[in-house]
Design a protein around this ligand. Structure first.
Ligand code: GLP
Length: 261
């Protein structure tokens, strides 16, 4: 696992945008797993800037939503599809037909989960999976106690997660759906490169538990310790609970050229 500690969330966005750019440059049909929440926003903003000002092209690329709410009407502003269209896809010229997500309207959610898994497989899997981390250590919407081998399925959110996400629903916790569809932990682990972004001191404890604590379903993000290619990008505040902080910094400073990402 590579831990990159940066000075502020804008810098985190630059590091992650570089990873996206390398995938765009090296693959004909790159596939990206895209996360919601606040953590990836500087990355999306930087990618949009590079698209507009430097001609960065997402032609041939596809994106897959990490998770989605159940029970919101089609076109609801709280839907993660709407969010990703607004903060990322629309700005980089990725058309709606190449932004995939679990089908949560008009079909049974369990059938939609299986179909989504097949969709990812048909695309050849995911090259770069962007992740945030929940305060309770969740990735996607895989709450504590999720099977570390789970596939895309319906989950029930914890009260803590609904409270954290109420800010996207006008501060109203009751408006945050209780049920969601999320890529499973096993699904996420099949992506070729996992990139987790954590910023702000509110993430310090969960990030330390995920990176340096024991591997446990109690902290779903700790499963990243089992993946062969993980980049964690954290600002100083989020990294402040890491015991090996100085080692990570020294390693990144001395990173050889041949180690491209
Ligand atoms: C939600 C999303 C996660 C995200 C988490 C953290 O629960 N389903 O994918 O990682 O929020 O969000 P933030 O980055 O806003 O802290």
């Amino acid at each position: 696992m590579e831990v990159v500690v940066v000075d502020g969330e804008e810098k985190a966005g630059l590091v992650v945008a570089d990873i996206f750019c390398r995938a765009l440059a090296s693959r004909e049909r790159p596939t990206f797993g895209v996360a919601t929440g606040g953590s990836p926003l500087p990355t999306y903003a930087e990618l949009i800037r590079r698209h507009r000002e430097e001609g960065l092209s997402f032609a041939g690329a596809s994106a897959f939503l990490l998770d989605e709410y159940l029970g919101l009407s089609e076109g609801h502003p709280g839907l993660y599809r709407t969010f990703i269209e607004e903060v990322f896809a629309g700005g980089v010229g990725l058309p709606a037909e190449r932004l995939f997500g679990p089908q949560v309207h008009g079909v049974r959610a369990d059938a939609a989960c299986a179909e989504y898994e097949e969709r990812i497989e048909r695309a050849g899997g995911i090259d770069v999976q962007l992740l945030g981390i929940g305060g309770d250590g969740h990735i996607g919407f895989n709450e504590p106690s999720s099977s570390l081998a789970s596939r895309t399925r319906i989950k029930t959110l914890t009260q803590e997660t609904r409270e954290d996400n109420a800010r996207f629903f006008g501060g109203d916790v009751e408006a945050v759906p209780m049920h969601v569809v999320t890529m499973g932990i096993g699904t996420i682990m099949e992506a070729r490169h996992l990139v987790l972004v954590a910023t702000g001191e509110g993430k310090a404890e969960c990030l330390a538990r995920a990176i340096e604590g024991p591997l446990t379903a109690r902290v779903p993000a700790s499963v990243l310790q089992m993946h062969p290619h993980v980049t964690v990008v954290a600002d100083e505040a989020a990294a402040s609970g890491l015991e090996l902080l100085e080692y990570y910094k020294e390693t990144y400073r001395g990173k050889p050229d041949w180690q491209s990402c």
